[in-house]
Write a protein that binds this ligand. Structure first.
Ligand code: ADP
Length: 449
């Protein structure tokens, strides 16, 4: 699984932003509501204490008035003291410090043992006597409520975040799905070299829809260019075929004349050899053009690959003898039957073994090993020749690519390994090269059974 996919990145950032917003929102709601409730409590406390002060100021007998008083109103608890600060009547909240000294006219916040109160003291003079009125508002309730809200939130928020993150992830995944299909199609095109494939059309008129349209337009354009090139190769090869055949047949005709001078015979021989080479190249080009236009239909049949290799080795024995190269087949099975196109498989073996001889060391060796089990057939062609330099190893599969002239045979075209790769791919196999300029080259081919 790839960790750096956009869907993971976006979901992570989205979650971080979401958590930050939720935390900011909760803390500001709590701070504001606490401030609001405290403000309300202060107003209430002020009103209740002032109301009582007014009532006492206008009455004749405070002590008689006290008898009819309610000491608890709208959350405010009231008490009355004389000028010596002795309690005359009234109540206190539980745990309130009864000996708290008076502080005239200003709302104070008093805290003790986790309890929290707002306190307002106000003094009045009635009939020459001083009285003190104390109002207390318990804030524990607000604190308790805040704590409850926080714990509830802490419990809920993780679920909320996981849920929203999941929904966000699914939405991003859904909206990025077309990119996944586009990547898959592009990979398929790379693997199969089939430029007729198109990325699925995204119906939406958004950026992805536009991207898929652009992709398909580009693929169509590439396919056109490619088809034109293949068509040109095919046409050129066709046009060359006839004149080359004419040259070859005329050379043969002239060579049959016994009265020819030795020098003319030699010249005609050279012309004939070059024409045969050209004819070979034209055949290969035609085959490649057919292969690349996907018009080629392989003719699969049960083939004894051991027998075929023996035949190819026999055919190339003379070339090997010229360089005193030892040709050898290693195969423990009497017959190895695989399902393949006979002609193409023969072309593959010729190209590889011919190269091994051509680029092999004088008095060296070329070993062909065949090993098959129920799943795959492994063909290994090994030589102890000049090898292929590291920097050229990726390029030798390209059309017309040849390592520099000191490495390449005079009569090559640079089409041999391109065809080998194409034949292997057509048989759904793989080919791998191990080569060094000191030890020579090994081509490992694996064809599924
Ligand atoms: P060519 O017709 O030139 O042989 P190929 O496609 O068969 O074309 O090979 C491409 C190039 O790869 C050759 O020019 C040669 O330099 C190099 N090459 C191929 N096979 C071998 C080998 N067995 N050892 C060394 N070099 C090789």
């Amino acid at each position: 699984m790839r960790k750096h996919l956009i869907k993971y990145k976006v979901t992570t950032w989205y979650m971080i932003v979401l958590i930050a917003i939720v935390l900011l929102l909760i803390s500001s709601i709590l701070a504001l509501s606490k401030q609001y409730i405290t403000q309300e409590a202060k107003t209430e406390l002020n009103d209740e204490v002032n109301d009582l002060c007014k009532k006492f100021l206008s009455c004749d007998d405070i002590l008689a008035e006290i008898m009819n008083l309610h000491f608890y109103d709208d959350g405010v608890i009231l008490s009355i003291y004389n000028k010596e600060e002795t309690l005359l009547d009234g109540i206190h909240p539980d745990d309130f410090p009864v000996n708290l000294t008076f502080s005239e006219g200003k709302i104070r916040e008093v805290k003790e043992n986790e309890n929290f109160w707002l306190v307002l003291d106000q003094s009045i003079i009635n009939q020459g006597r001083k009285y003190c009125i104390r109002g207390v508002y318990t804030l524990n309730l607000i604190d308790g409520m805040t704590k409850k809200v926080i714990s509830y939130m802490l419990l809920m928020v993780p679920f909320l975040i996981i849920f929203t993150a999941y929904i966000g992830y699914r939405l991003i995944q859904k909206s990025l799905e077309p990119i996944f299909f586009m990547t898959k199609t592009v990979n398929n095109i790379t693997k199969s070299s089939d430029l007729s494939l198109r990325v699925p059309n995204v119906t939406s008129k958004d950026e992805l829809g536009y991207l898929s349209e652009t992709f398909n337009y580009m693929l169509k354009h590439l396919e056109d260019i490619f088809n034109r090139e293949v068509q040109f190769t095919s046409d050129a090869a066709h046009e060359l075929r006839t004149p080359i055949s004419v040259i070859i047949s005329h050379c043969e005709y002239c060579l049959s004349d016994l009265e020819l001078s030795e020098q003319v015979r030699e010249e005609l021989d050279i012309i004939s050899q070059k024409a045969v080479r050209m004819s070979d190249m034209v055949s290969q080009l035609l085959l490649i053009a057919r292969a690349e236009s996907n018009r080629f239909k392989p003719d699969f049949e049960q083939t004894d690959i051991r027998l075929l290799t023996e035949t190819v080795l026999e055919e190339l024995q003379e070339k090997a003898d010229d360089k005193k190269i030892r040709l050898k087949l290693n195969c423990t099975q009497q017959e190895v039957i695989i399902n393949c196109d006979f002609n193409l498989m023969m072309r593959l073996l010729i190209n590889l073994i011919e190269n091994a001889i051509q680029y092999g060391r004088k008095e060296g060796f070329v070993d062909v090993t065949i090993q098959c089990d129920n799943e795959q057939c492994l063909i290994k062609v090994r030589d102890d020749g000049i090898g292929i330099p590291d920097e050229a190893q990726d390029k030798i599969w390209n059309r017309f690519y040849r390592v520099d002239s000191s490495h390449s045979a005079e009569n090559g075209f640079g089409l041999g390994l391109f065809m080998v790769k194409w034949i292997v791919t057509l048989h759904q196999g793989t080919i791998e090269l191990k080569s060094s300029t000191e030890l020579g080259s090994i081509f490992n081919i694996s064809i599924p059974m």
